[in-house]
Structures are given as C-alpha cells and as structure tokens.
Design a protein around this ligand. Sequence first.
Ligand SMILES: [Zn+2]
Length: 361
Amino acid sequence: MRNLFRGDRGKEVLDVQTRLRGQSFELGREGVDGFFGPSTELAVRSFQQQRGLLVDGLVGANTWRELVEAGYTLGDRLLYLREPPFRGDDVLALQVELNLMGFNAGAERGVHDDDVERAVLDFQGNAGLPVDGIVGESTIVKFAALRKAETGREGKKIPERDGGYVQARSLTGQTVVVDPGHGGPDAGRVSTGGLAEKDFTLALGLRLAQLLRAEGCRVRLTRERDEAVPLYARASVANDARADYFVSLHANANEAPVAHGAACYYFQRSHYYSEHGRLLAEYMGARLERTGAACLGSFGRNYGVLRETRAIAVQVEPLFLSNPAEERLASRPDHVETLAKALVGGLSDYLARARLKDGPT
Ligand SMILES: [Zn+2]
C-alpha cells in the first residue's frame, strides 16, 4: 500500500477512516467520506500516539499494519501457532489474560509465537479443556469465568521479553544481530548533500559487526550490501539465530536543520515495555554522548523491528542527516568508527553493569 496523507482521496482513505472509526477515533463533521482532511489527520495522529508509533499524521506501512491489527478482538478468529504467526490485538489480549493468570505467555508483543502456544497448552491442561493449542470459544469462556477472581494487574509481574535471564557479563559468546536500516529502493532519509540513510547505516553496521566479532561475539547482519530487506525478514534473522541482542541502525531527520543529537529506542507497547531493552538503550545513549553528541534520551516505541524480535532489541539513531554538521560527520569514516566503538562500549557497559542487578549468583 502506498503512503496516504492529507489531501488524498479514494477507497484506501475510506478504509483507513472506517478502521479509525471502528477504534472510536473522532472523524469530525465529515465522517467517513474518503477524503484525507484535517479531521482524518488528527485521528491518525491520535491513533499513532496511542499505539506508540511515530506521530507524523501519515499512513505508511507501519501505521497501516497497526490499524489492521487494532481491529481484532479476542474471539474474532481462532488463534493457534502457525507460520506466519497471527498478529493483532486479539493475540495481545490473549497474552495479557494468560500472564494475569500466571501462565507465562511471554512478552506482550501481540504475536502468537511458541511462548504463547506453551502458555495456552498449559492453561488448557490446568483448566480441564481439550489440550489442542487452539484458542476458540471454550478457552475464551474459561478466561471470563476465571477472570472474576482477578483484581487487576497492579503488582503483577509482567514477564520480561528475555525472561529476565542472565547468562553472561562479557561480550564473548554473545550472539548479536546488526540491522542496517533501509536498503535497495528504500533509501531512507537523504541529506541535502546527497548522503542516503541506507548507505550510512550500512557503513556503520559493517564496522560495528567487525568490532563485535573482534570481541568474540557471533554476529549476523540483516544485510551486507545495498539491497531491500523486508521488516519480517530482518526480525527472522535475529529470531532464527536465537540472537541475544538486536541492534537496528537508522539516522534521524527533522524539518528544522538545527535538530541534532543521538536517540535510542526500545520496545514499548501500552503498559508493557522491555526493561532490558531500555537499559541497553540508555547505556548506548551514554556512550554516544561521550563522543560529543547531544543525547536526546531513550524512548519506548512500538516499532516493527523492535516488536518482532525476541532478542533484547534497540534501535539507534546516532545523528540527524538533516543537520548540516552531523551530515558531514556521517560521511566521515573516522566518525563512523567512533560511533561503532560507542555502540560496542554501550553493549559492554550493559553486560557489565545492568545485568549484575538480577544476575544469578
Ligand atoms: Zn530510518
């Protein structure tokens, strides 16, 4: 689907509006009229805000996927383990139910993976239901019956996406997947000087991979050349490799050329966030700051690559391609080297410090 934005008209806009209204977003006087006017843009922005997406008021692939997933309510369809997995708010609701009752359905990502399957089987066995892994009416009815005893999720432990498990305190032996953003026809942001985000992320990713290997990490890249890699394929590289860490590389951009600095992101979706992702993002941000960059902070986001990967995942935007000074830095190999070293340092700090807190003794 092409990007939709203000001024667009047609069936696709009608579809977006219908979905927004289904989610109870206000569409103003015009209602569902197939025209992407100010009210529709406002509704898109509210939806993006609520769902932890980038709030830009346009409907691109991420927002569209989220609109589709938001439309599913638990019970709308049978849920079970399959490839590709079911994704949506119904799966999210299923995970919340199971986690509330103490069946570990994993990180609340809204993806029906084997963690969810295991929890469903466990629940069905305990509830005296046929143990078939299929979430249909009988299983959902059982949830409702058992839920009455529940008082809410306050004080309940939300499972960490990596189970909070700690194995190592050094880089040696860690499996890291490095994901240079964009590629092929998707150039990402292009600076006024003509530097494409896809080229910057590839240069940084290749160097980062080399440095991590030198530290004894097992490293895989989602791409090693200028080629298109779909979102789910990027996540599959990490999930298939059973990666411990996933580092997605991008560059920032803003209409205001003065905007500058480094930002790091971790997975967050409504009340759920990845505690270890947040810590890793903070350590990486701190190291980037030591290279002289302004650190804008670390932010929880429901970005596709963060959500689809089971590893502890961060997205790093070390600079703004729209800032003239940072654009110049981005094209300098010595600066790319500095940034790559900072990211290795961030991961190393995380392993050495953050993981001590809940590590096995
Ligand atoms: Zn990007």
